[in-house]
Design a protein around this ligand. Sequence first.
Ligand SMILES: [Zn+2]
Ligand SMILES: [Zn+2]
Length: 743
Amino acid sequence: MFAQVVLPLSSYKSFTYSIPARFTSTVWPGSFVSVPFGRRKVIGVVSQLDESTDYQGTIKAIAEVRDEPGALPPDLWSTIDWVSRYYITPLGLVLKTALPLGFSEAMPHKQLHVRITAAGIEARGQLPERAPAQAAVLEYLLRQSSEAPVSSLVSLVSAPAQVCRRLEARGWVSLRKSAVDADPFRQTRIPIADAITLTAEQAGMAESVVQAVREGGYAPFLLRGVTGSGKTEVYLRAAQEVLATGGSVLVLVPEIALTPQVSRRFREAFGQQVAMWHSHLSGREKAWTWRQLLAGRFRVVVGARSALFAPLPNLRMIIVDEEQEGSYKQEDPAPRYHARDVALVRGREAGAVVVLASATPSVETYYNGLREKYHRLNLSERFGGASYPQVRLVDLRVERQRTQNYQLIFSQALIEAVRERLGRSEQVILLQNRRGFAPVSGCNDCGYTAECPHCAVALSFHKARGSLLCHYCGYSATGPEACPECGSPHIYLHGVGTEQVEEELSRIIPEARIARMDSDTTRRRGSHARILEAFGRGDTDVLLGTQMIAKGLDFNRVTLVGVVNGDTGLFQPDFRAGERTFQLVYQVCGRSGRRRELPGEAIIQTNHPDDIAIRAAAHLDAHRFYNQVMAERKELLYPPFSRLVRLLLQGKDQARVWALAHELNARLKPLKKGMTISGPAAAPLERLRGNWRVHLLIKSDRAVDPGGKAVHSLLISRVPQAWLQRSQRGVRLKIDVDPTSLL
Ligand SMILES: [Zn+2]
Ligand SMILES: [Zn+2]
């Protein structure tokens, strides 16, 4: 007998090994084996068993079958295989993404555990008011009968190790490293699940999902629900059913740090059965969690994109929360997969219920819902009887005319509304989806504009650091006091970022306490949580920020949301620009008026009040938006009516990049039925990190090729393998199937 073994290498090949007689009953597709490879021994996964082989070279034997960590669940193995084929990525590379094994090193690792000390128990009364994270951890530990893994505290605070070290310094907790196989169930008491209370509408939705869980088999749902309609309660009720019937649940969230509420609710309801999977886990913590999952120690995983590959046995339900979020798509490195799409595949392979949830689904998902590929559920009510906010549109062009102020940032309507809220001790959220002070600067005398020397983009002026910054590669330069070309002091700034909005608001309303949240103010670990906690306590009045502030936040005293400029991003050269603007503006407006007693208002400032994305968001009229966008996409044959594949070539030598692009274009022709190709053309971001970028875009009509087989076979047969594996003459080819960005 022979086994095809996939090794975590960037290779399309699997390798043939013979199976010694003593292993024949233990080797299966999905088994982990040690094999000799060159002079090393590496761990790989068996992909296939064969009676015979026509391989001509020397065939080595499998050295060892690993009992640990056990075999992958079959549905996961076939999902990994699908990802490799669909996204045209070597299986070895997919394995590298999917399995967090420090593959070749077997590592008994130690995990940090924390326990409250006697002094900590006494310190309860004097919990530091200014340190809510420490207080939260201490409170949690008080309720535990025994010690807890530090990493498990991530559902409470964003940087648990740091918080625990501070508490240790005060003598309130003790930390201890203990061996990997510590049983989390033995160590911590399972908290009593909060009763899940459902409204009649939520109960109805949950019942439909529960019914599908009971029946078993693949069943996809689209759960539409505005923010605050209590989607999480529906998830919890359905998960309860899955756990009661011995299954396991996978919950995908866009990013744990930005959506702490979902993970917290799951932790509260199901305690130590829940594992967290997120970017703050160290490689070793991931490996540990992963092994525990394979061993069946957890029943629920809550995590970001890559949690999709969690080896949960008997998977019965997958939830994709906020399915429209861009973070579900992996851009780099390959596989360039979309976690929502792969979740549907894994659900089908596992025979599980898949719930895609969003108030503003992606156009693709909306369309699939219309075609009844998904069971549709609509949560229409806001939780607790709160009503929708009143939304007002302010035309900035009219406002500038009226005031003769062409640098105007705040309309009178928005400023008055902010003042009114502050006077009533209510709170305000302001969105300006651009960081820094001004995105463009240049010289009024010679026409120079500040551009990144490595990227074809303007440098953003960041006033606080006194520098010009490239948002793509991080290049920074001092400036802009004088023009570097002609020495003129007549420097202009154009456009408005969060820093400038903050400065202007402070100038107009000096007493306003403003918290700015963007990637400049949240660079340090835990700073994100600190800003939100301070706002939640009422220490600040105005939360101003980029799209970060639109996600999953729930503040009772926010009664006004202001969109400083709704058009930011609207005219990006990408067919999804309008969709993204609509989703962002719609979502942020939903942050206003979360309580019945305090009705909310939203004010959107715009230069384009007639744009469908702005208008539909202002009217909270999703149907109108989707109908118009689908009509446009149908006409131009964009997704969901076609499948897109982007072939991006990048390299330092511009001429070579173009030469290879033309050669690729010639190789791809003639195209098959239903396909068109555009390009080669310079990518909108023509140069990035010193690389010239040229792309080709293939559109394949879904009416002709619904499963994408034709476009895949075209690519596999016409693009040389070598181009996919390494760069050619200094040019790298990236294939992106279903790209979400065309920049
Ligand atoms: Zn100049
Ligand atoms: Zn740059």
